[in-house]
Design a binder for this molecule. Sequence first.
Ligand SMILES: *Cc1c(COP(=O)(O)O)cnc(C)c1O
Length: 390
Amino acid sequence: MSQQKSLQTLLSHSDYTAPEGFDAFPVPIHHASTVVFKDVAAMRSRSWQHKNSYTYGLHGTPTSFTLEARLAEIEQARHCLLAPSGLAAIALVNLGLLKTGDDVLLPDNVYGPNREMALWLAQDHGISARLYDPMTGAGIAALIQPNTRLLWTEAPGSVSMEVPDIPALCAAAHARDVLVAIDNTWSAGLAFPAFDHGADIVMQALTKYQSGGADVLMGALLTRDDALSQKLGLAHMRLGMGVGMDDVYLILRSLPSMPLRFHAHDMSARHLATWLKARPEITTVLHPALEDCPGHANWKRDFTGAGGLFSVIFDARFSEDQTDRFVDSLQLFKIGFSWGGSNSLCVPYRMATMRHDWPHTGQLVRFNVGLENPLDLIADIERAMAIAFS
Ligand SMILES: *Cc1c(COP(=O)(O)O)cnc(C)c1O
């Protein structure tokens, strides 16, 4: 010891360092607000922008850099930014790319809070936000204006599950220099290679399959283009969208099992969807892999799998009270938002208040199929139907 330290100082400047040579599979959790620089020159030479060094906890530690790199591998992207929630990642796209006078197009079935954000930007921030028919495909060209800057897509759409023609939307947008952002959460980046189909920005709610535990909120933005990544990175820095490293660790822990979990969700969901399709209580099953679903042909052409989320339309002879009773009578399916965890969930939606020109009169109920045995889930649905519709 070169200098005698008081206990008070020793507690912040311990003489102990752990032995070198520890090696294990888990990625270490590096917590930091302050990052310490070896000298002033090191401090001055580092930049938060390039992710080849560390500057401040908000801009990442080895733990978050590792998750970003792994997510980029899944999605075949070059760059990744983490945000504190899926919605925060959406906000980064909107605030990073749009300015007063710009126009943004969103599908009519877009994730509700994204629509809400666009309406807010339109109302208070001088941005024009317009909704388009998610099935318009190449028809989007007619809606693109000189000030249109950004086109949001979602595949499939939240709740109503239409599968858009992403290549056609992207081709029309790119012909007019409009950027395309896709909410690719449903496929987890596993069943839809969004960049290969033309997307410029991929957004993922890691809250869903990447977490898999119904215990973390986080989002990600992925890009291939360097300049676009820098632009979004600037918004990320300006808005202070740091993430907690314990949360990052939970996602790193879940990621290796994600393809297996996703496949299990997919198989069970298709089993249930097919069973529900044969039931007299149900008129339409909105599952992209089934023919009832608008855009099923797009799914068949562009997707390599499906997630655990789908919706059904009950026969119009059942009132909302009756379908609510059905939902209340389920035991294995719990009532709750979000999805991607191991537990099955179920939510009734009032579509007439959410969509323009909604074609169905029967009640819509959305199922998230978890990792339970699908035969038990079917028995649960059958029991709840008997209680609610007898
Ligand atoms: C959940 C979800 C989001 C938002 O993610 P949060 O982490 O809950 O903010 C965005 N898009 C889709 C399609 C989602 O399902």
